[in-house]
Design a protein around this ligand. Structure first.
Ligand SMILES: NC(=O)c1ccc[n+]([C@@H]2O[C@H](COP(=O)([O-])OP(=O)(O)OC[C@H]3O[C@@H](n4cnc5c(N)ncnc54)[C@H](OP(=O)(O)O)[C@@H]3O)[C@@H](O)[C@H]2O)c1
Length: 369
């Protein structure tokens, strides 16, 4: 396959459309890969042309960052590799300032990540999760300081409310801070909530969306079935979880899995490839972070962009997985638009104007129509 590199958001950083996730590097969390397998997956990804690696201080207690740094160093790839890492999560029980998004933690966390990664800069540094407290002013000013210190090249936000991302980007623009170049969010056929707020925000305001859990933690691979004993993979460990994000075994999701299986069979492709292809080619998506625990899985997933899903098949996936637009998006339809325009014939912009409308197949770009 040929890997295409796109600029991330409005930045000049070129990244491959498929990124390699490292949350599965290490067995500390019970469902990851050992070092040799991690290394083999890294090699397969690099050999396929991938340049974008996603990690976090939290992942497998630091093992993921350490192995990623070692693999990159062993192959002499630091100039080629684009490393994304994240802060927020606390790895020092009892110390409230060793987590969260305050300045004290960000400055501590970045140095710890640089040490584990064995590098002197991180290409993309993201706030991992909104802590519900720290003002966006403090976060954006501190991230800008890190860019000026040379420890970080670009900045991003993961798992935040859209209003917070919008405010953070506005603060960056108005105060001349490093802008938000990336949003990292869960997105898949089973989880489409980001389409209402984040896709319009990202495409209009220069933040490329990095998709996490494109297979809904493995659900969309087809290995789980409604009446199954419970030893298929990672999700079995979450069967009794009370966290809504881990409750993937729902009637709606079983219907999506069933339709995906039929569509994949008509395409002559495996379900994981079709699920990844679908999410990668949705509007506003800059890159999809692949997760895998075996070499065979990553090899399979790296072939996900080698084909097209025809419109009729895409429509079927879309209709089984679409979620109704919540208010106020449910309110903006044709009747309200007719009231807005007084019924006059209107269009978007005349030809030749730059408009922040996404052209399908050109992730996170501003198009000229
Ligand atoms: N920012 C955030 O909050 C956040 C959160 C989560 C993840 N992430 C990032 O996103 C990356 C990917 O997330 P994810 O691991 O949840 O992605 P995912 O693609 O939804 O799930 C990956 C899992 O699906 C199964 N799988 C993958 N490929 C397969 C294949 N071809 N055939 C059969 N099964 C397959 C494996 O599970 P089994 O081991 O059970 O077989 C694998 O570990 C992470 O590594 C991390 O970098 C970010």
């Amino acid at each position: 396959m040929t890997m295409t590199y796109y600029t991330l958001g409005n930045s000049g950083l070129r990244v491959s459309r498929l990124a390699l996730g490292t949350m599965t590097f290490g067995k500390e969390w019970g469902w990851g890969a050992d070092r040799d397998t991690g290394r083999a997956m890294f090699d397969a990804y690099v050999e396929a042309g991938g340049n974008f690696f996603d990690t976090a201080d939290l992942y497998t207690g630091g093992t993921a960052e350490a192995w990623l740094g070692e693999f990159i160093a062993e192959r002499g790839l630091r100039d080629t590799a684009v490393i994304a890492s994240k802060f927020t999560m606390n790895m020092q029980p009892g110390n409230p300032n060793a987590g969260g998004n305050g300045r004290k933690n960000i400055l501590r966390a970045v140095d710890a990540s640089l040490k584990r990664l064995g590098t002197d800069y991180i290409d993309l540094y993201l706030m991992h999760v909104w802590d519900r407290l720290t003002p966006a002013e403090e976060v954006m000013r501190t991230l800008d300081d890190l860019v000026r210190m040379g420890k970080v090249r670009h900045v991003g936000l993961s798992d935040v409310p859209a209003w917070y991302a919008g405010r953070a980007q506005a603060i960056a623009e108005l105060r001349g801070y490093e802008p938000v170049s990336a949003l990292q969010l869960e997105y898949s056929l089973a989880e489409r909530a980001i389409e209402n707020e984040f896709v319009p925000f990202g495409t209009r305001h220069g933040a490329g969306i990095m998709v996490w859990s494109p297979l809904a933690s493995g659900l969309l691979s087809g290995k789980y079935r409604p009446a199954q004993a419970g030893n298929a993979g990672r999700l079995d460990g979450f069967r009794n979880s009370t966290h809504p994000g881990f409750q993937k075994f729902t009637e709606r999701n079983w219907a999506i899995v069933a339709e995906l299986e039929k569509v994949a069979s008509e395409l002559g492709r495996g379900m994981p490839q079709v699920a990844i292809n679908w999410v990668a080619t949705q509007p506003g998506i800059a890159t999809v972070i692949l997760g895998a625990t075996t070499l065979a899985q990553i090899q399979d997933n790296l072939g996900a962009l080698d084909f097209e899903i025809q419109a009729t098949l895409r429509d079927r996936l879309d209709s089984v997985s679409r979620t109704p637009a919540p208010f106020p998006y449910s309110y903006f339809g044709p009747q309200i638009q007719a009231r807005v325009t007084g019924g006059a014939a209107t269009g978007d912009k005349p030809s030749g104007y730059a408009s922040p409308v996404l052209v399908e197949g050109e992730p996170a770009s501003v198009s000229t129509d």
